[in-house]
Design a binder for this molecule. Structure first.
Ligand code: ZN
Length: 501
C-alpha cells in the first residue's frame, strides 16, 4: 500500500493585511518541507502529519510526502503560493497512490478561491477520481460542500486550544486506510447553522463548546465513526463562515443526519453563550492592578491583548494595550510580543546592554479597520538578542521547533518586551524561557493571544484579564465590515429563529 500524506494549512483572516506568500508556508526554510526530511521532522510530534504517519505505520503503508506547508494565520493566500503547493499535491495524487491523507485547515481563502480547500480537492479529483481521501480539519474550519462531497472522510479537532491534532489525523488516517482495507463504508452528512460564534467564547474549557464537543465524543462512542463540530472562523468575510457539523458513519446515512441535526440544534440553542462581552481597556487594567495587589494572589496576573493575535491573523504589532500598560506604570511585566524586524535590527546594531530609542510596532496599515495603530517611540535597554528558535514542549506542536526569527528583549521602565521577526503565537512558555525570562517569577505577564495561551500558561498564572486593544482579530464585529457572509446570521442580525433561514 502506497499513500500520500500532505499538508496545506492556513486559516485566512480576510481582514488581515499580513501577506501570505510561500515564505510564510516555509517556516524559515528555503521552501516547505517534503520527502524523508518531512517524515523525520514530523514523526512522533503532536501534529496532523505526526498522526497520519502513525496511521501509515499501523497499516504498513509506504509513505510519499510531496509537501508539508503550514503558514500562521494571515490574509488571503497569494495565488503563486497556492499553485506551488497544490501542484505538488496534485502531481503526487496523479502518480497512482492507494490513498491520500490531507492535513488541511478548512478556513483557507486564496486571492482567487473563497473555498481554498475545495479548489484543492477539485483538482485532486480530476487526476484521482476514485482514490480514498482522508481529511483532517481545524475546529475553525468554515465548511463548504465540496470539502465533504469530494473527500472520503472528514474529521475535525475536538479541542481548542488544539491539543488533539495528532489524534484527529490518526482517526482520519485509520478510517481512510480501513476503508481501503474494506473494514468501513463511510457515509457523511454535513450542515451549518447561521451563526458566527466569537472566537473568545469558543474555548473547550468553557460552556457551551465543552458541552458540544463532549456530546460529539459521546456520539462517536455510540456508533458514529467520527463526529465533528466546527465553531468556524468568523474573521473571514466569505459566504460559509460560521458554525458547522460533519458526521461520518459506517453505511448509515440516517444516523449521520440525526447526529448532525442534534448538534446543530444544540449549538443554535446556546448561541447567546457564544457572544463575547467586551470590557473597556481602562477597567481591565484597573482590575489587573487590584488583582496583583491582593494578598491572596499567588502568581502572575496575565493580561491578554486579544485583538491582535497571530493565531487568528493579527499583525502582532498593534501598540494600544502596551501603551496603556506603560502609561499605567505596571512594572515587573514580561510581554510577548511585538512583531517588528526593523526594531530588532536597530537593537542588534545597538548591542546587548546598551540604551537605544526605537519606533516600535504600529507599522502595518490595517485598511479593514477605521482606527489604526501607531508606533511607540520608546527608549530602553537591549537585554538580550537571540536567533529565536526553541523546542515546543506543550501538547500543541510538541516535538516541533518554534521559530520567532531574530529576537530581542527590550526593557522599558520595568517592562520586558519581546520583539520578534517571525509571527508565532505565544502558547508555549518556551517563548519566554528560551530568552532567559521565567514567566512564573513576574508580577504581570502580557500575551498577544486569545485561547491558545491556555495550553501552556493557564497552569502558571493566578488570574487572567482580557484586554480590548486594537487589531484585525477584534472581538467587536461592528469594527469590521461583512459583505459576503450569508445573511441573516447571528449575531450580526437580530435573528432568533432558524426557520426560513
Ligand atoms: Zn484553529
Amino acid at each position: 500500500m502506497r499513500i500520500v500524506i500532505a499538508t496545506m494549512s492556513h486559516e485566512t483572516n480576510t481582514f488581515s493585511p499580513v501577506i501570505t506568500d510561500l515564505d510564510r508556508f516555509s517556516g524559515g526554510r528555503p521552501e516547505p518541507l517534503s520527502g524523508e526530511e518531512a517524515v523525520a521532522v514530523y514523526s512522533g510530534t503532536a501534529s496532523c502529519p505526526g498522526g497520519y504517519l502513525q496511521a501509515a505505520g499501523e497499516f504498513g503503508a509506504e509513505v510519499v510526502v510531496p509537501v508539508i506547508a503550514a503558514a500562521p494565520p494571515s490574509g488571503p493566500v497569494e495565488d503563486d503560493a497556492f499553485e506551488y503547493i497544490a501542484e505538488r499535491i496534485v502531481a503526487a495524487a496523479a502518480d497512482g497512490p492507494d490513498a491520500i491523507l490531507l492535513d488541511l485547515h478548512g478556513a483557507m481563502v486564496t486571492r482567487s478561491h473563497e473555498d481554498g480547500e475545495g479548489e484543492l480537492l477539485r483538482r485532486i479529483r480530476t487526476v484521482a477520481p476514485e482514490v480514498p481521501i482522508g481529511v483532517a480539519l481545524d475546529m475553525h474550519a468554515n465548511l463548504y460542500p465540496d470539502m465533504v462531497k469530494l473527500a472520503t472522510v472528514v474529521c475535525g479537532y475536538h479541542t481548542y486550544p488544539h491539543i488533539d491534532m495528532d489524534e484527529t489525523a490518526l482517526k482520519a488516517g485509520r478510517l481512510t486506510l480501513g476503508t481501503l482495507a474494506g473494514r468501513h463504508r463511510p457515509v457523511m452528512a454535513w450542515g451549518n447553522a447561521p451563526m458566527l460564534p466569537h472566537v473568545m467564547r469558543q474555548g473547550t474549557d468553557d460552556f457551551p463548546n465543552q458541552a458540544l464537543q463532549d456530546r460529539a465524543r459521546e456520539m462517536e462512542a455510540d456508533g458514529a465513526l467520527s463526529v465533528s463540530l466546527f465553531t468556524g472562523f468568523p474573521h473571514a468575510d466569505i459566504e460559509n463562515a460560521g458554525l458547522s457539523v460533519v458526521v461520518v458513519t459506517d453505511g448509515d446515512p440516517d444516523l449521520a443526519e440525526r447526529c448532525r441535526d442534534e448538534l446543530l440544534e444544540r449549538a443554535w440553542e446556546h448561541r447567546q453563550a457564544f457572544v463575547y462581552q467586551v470590557e473597556p481597556l481602562s477597567e481591565s487594567l484597573d482590575r489587573a492592578e487590584k488583582l496583583a495587589e491582593a494578598p491572596e494572589t499567588d502568581g502572575p496576573v496575565l493580561l491578554l491583548d486579544h485583538y491582535d493575535n497571530t493565531a487568528s491573523g493579527g499583525t502582532m504589532d498593534t501598540t494600544e494595550v502596551l501603551a496603556a500598560v506603560l502609561e499605567a506604570g505596571l512594572a515587573d511585566l514580561a510581554f510577548f510580543g511585538i512583531y517588528d524586524p526593523e526594531a530588532v535590527a536597530r537593537m542588534e546594531a545597538a548591542g546587548v546592554g546598551n540604551e537605544v530609542t526605537v519606533s516600535l510596532g504600529g507599522k502595518l496599515p490595517m485598511p479593514a479597520l477605521a482606527e489604526q495603530s501607531t508606533p511607540l517611540e520608546l527608549t530602553g535597554r537591549v537585554r538580550l538578542l537571540s536567533e529565536g528558535l526553541f523546542p515546543a514542549t506543550v501538547a500543541m506542536s510538541r516535538g516541533l521547533t518554534m521559530n520567532m526569527g531574530k529576537t530581542a528583549v527590550f526593557r522599558v521602565a520595568g517592562v520586558d518586551i519581546v520583539v520578534i521577526s517571525r509571527h508565532i503565537e505565544p502558547f508555549d512558555p518556551g517563548c519566554f524561557r528560551s530568552l532567559g525570562i521565567e514567566p512564573t517569577a513576574r508580577r504581570f505577564l502580557m500575551l498577544k493571544s486569545r485561547i491558545h495561551y491556555r495550553v501552556g500558561f493557564a497552569p502558571l498564572v493566578a488570574h487572567i484579564v482580557e484586554c480590548a486593544g486594537r487589531g484585525v482579530c477584534t472581538s467587536d464585529y461592528s469594527e469590521v465590515t461583512f459583505e459576503n457572509v450569508r445573511r441573516p446570521i447571528f449575531p450580526l442580525d437580530g435573528v432568533n429563529s432558524r426557520e426560513g433561514l
